[in-house]
Ligand binder design. Structure first.
Ligand SMILES: *[C@@H]1O[C@H](CO)[C@@H](O)[C@H](O)[C@H]1NC(C)=O
Ligand SMILES: *[C@@H]1O[C@H](CO)[C@@H](O)[C@H](O)[C@H]1NC(C)=O
Length: 443
């Protein structure tokens, strides 16, 4: 009897615990599988959010599936049937490219319409594709691929305005990715009818639009392939422009915290979310999702680089978790490990020469006796990816040199009370330089 009460109490705790968003971690669905929804797009139907994206589990750019996940909290995701799968002898066969799926609902026709970047394997076709369904997850029926108004379209997005008709627009990198264009869709969302804006020579791609307090905010990256760049925001009072000059949404040296925009979601006038991909071209299916709150407190939107955060959709708020910081320079060094100085490191110091015989142990780390998130703040002096062994292997995307500090999350099971964490012991390759760690109690 006592045991039953105890168990159900624990179960209730587990069910009510707020799920956390951890940018750059491996995200799993409710079945425990890694979420495969890269270049994603989102759609809200009543109180359910749907996430469509590229399934890259086969680690290739070629088309296998547009996946469909649903959630009511934007954090816990359940996978459904694939929304779109290859159709032999069409432009969406298994030798073609289908990227950046975006779905909108047509209220007049009661149809879900998916638009995507439809291309040949060498990206020479430069088309958009359209598919339709009567249900959010489909399966969708492929209609056609085409060049909008006869011009090239590569990394694209779709924006549905908040007018009564739900007028919608294709946002796309055109003319060999030089000119960025906005074109209006027809009433059934099957085609574009009119180009309403062009931002010439802007080399913008992978766009999303948020309309906040009547102002359109266009978020987009520049064109550097799979490598990240400083993503930008432009504003306008009308989709036809004039569009403002570009401004940064994150410190440019971080290259948008090593991510590329894929979608931008307005929750309410106080809360919006930046959603990006941290591409890993050598292992595409291990590319990660990087979502951050956006803050307008300085006027133009800025990413809030929270390592661990929660979203309260009912209240329309987010909370960045707070953690305990342990500076690397307060740890115990061994082998060739030594201090490095730079004003970009917290306290001006990080520990370098980790790996290849060098290691660092941080003592007296307080744990809660459960798996908990720890963020490693690191930098490396060149443009390589590094690994560091903690109790698990942690990928460290290249920071590009110049003292840029990024953070990567790792989930560690720490003892309740005091722990010692050793970095890079018995590691044959060089790890990145470690600036500090932040230990979160969020699990
Ligand atoms: C889209 O509209 C153009 C005319 O603006 C037409 O030439 C083209 O065939 C249409 N494409 C599709 C797929 O309906
Ligand atoms: C880091 O680990 C990954 C496996 O997760 C491996 O593919 C990669 O080659 C490693 N990189 C280095 C520099 O050792």
């Amino acid at each position: 009897m006592g045991l039953t009460i105890c168990l159900s109490f624990l179960l209730a705790l587990a069910l009510t615990r707020a799920a956390v968003i951890v940018p750059g971690a491996t995200w799993t669905d409710t079945s425990g599988n890694v979420i495969q929804a890269h270049g994603g797009g989102f759609l809200k139907v009543d109180s359910t959010y749907y996430w469509f994206g590229e399934d890259k589990a086969h680690n290739s750019g070629l088309f296998r599936a547009v996946s469909c996940y649903s959630s009511t909290d934007m954090t816990t995701w359940t996978r459904h049937n694939d929304a779109l799968t290859p159709v032999a002898s069409t432009t969406i066969s298994t030798s073609d490219i289908v990227e950046r799926p975006k779905v909108i609902f047509n209220r007049a026709t009661a149809e879900y319409v998916m638009w995507f970047h439809s291309d040949s394997s060498n990206y020479g076709a430069a088309q958009v594709g359209v598919a339709t369904s009567r249900t959010p997850c489909g399966p969708y029926t492929f209609k056609s691929s085409f060049r909008p108004l006869g011009a090239e379209s590569r990394d694209m997005g779709i924006y549905q305005d908040d007018d009564a008709a739900g007028t919608s627009y294709l946002l796309y990198a055109s003319d060999n990715n030089q000119n960025f264009k906005v074109s209006r869709l027809d009433a059934n969302y099957y085609n574009v009818t009119t180009q309403i804006a062009v931002i010439p020579g802007s080399t913008l791609e992978s766009p999303g639009i948020i309309k906040r307090n009547g102002v359109y905010h266009l978020f987009a990256s520049h064109t550097t392939g799979w490598n990240p760049n400083p993503n930008k925001v432009l504003t306008a009072n009308s989709l036809s422009g004039p569009w403002s000059s570009e401004s940064d949404i994150a410190p440019p040296a971080t290259r948008t915290y090593f991510s590329q925009n894929t979608y931008n979601m307005l929750i309410n006038s106080n809360l919006a979310i930046y959603m990006g991909d941290r591409w890993r071209p050598a292992l595409l299916g291990s590319s990660r999702y990087v979502w951050y709150p956006l803050s307008w407190s300085s006027g133009r939107p800025q990413i809030v680089p929270a390592d661990v955060w929660t979203l309260n959709l009912e209240a329309g708020t987010y909370t960045a978790a707070t953690g305990t910081t342990y500076e690397a320079e307060n740890g115990v060094l061994s082998g060739p490990a030594r201090s490095l100085s730079s004003s970009s490191f917290s306290g001006g110091v990080a520990i370098g020469y980790l790996g290849n015989g060098g290691s660092l142990t941080i003592n007296n780390v307080q744990g809660i006796g459960a798996a908990q998130w720890v963020s490693l703040y690191y930098a490396n002096g060149d443009s390589t990816w590094r690994n560091t062994t903690v109790s698990v292997l942690v990928d460290q995307p290249n920071t590009g040199g110049g003292g840029v500090v990024l953070s990567v999350p790792v989930k560690l099971t720490l003892r309740s009370g005091t722990n010692s964490i050793t970095f890079s012991a018995n590691q044959a390759n060089y790890a990145a330089d470690l600036d500090k760690i932040i230990v979160y109690t969020a699990t």
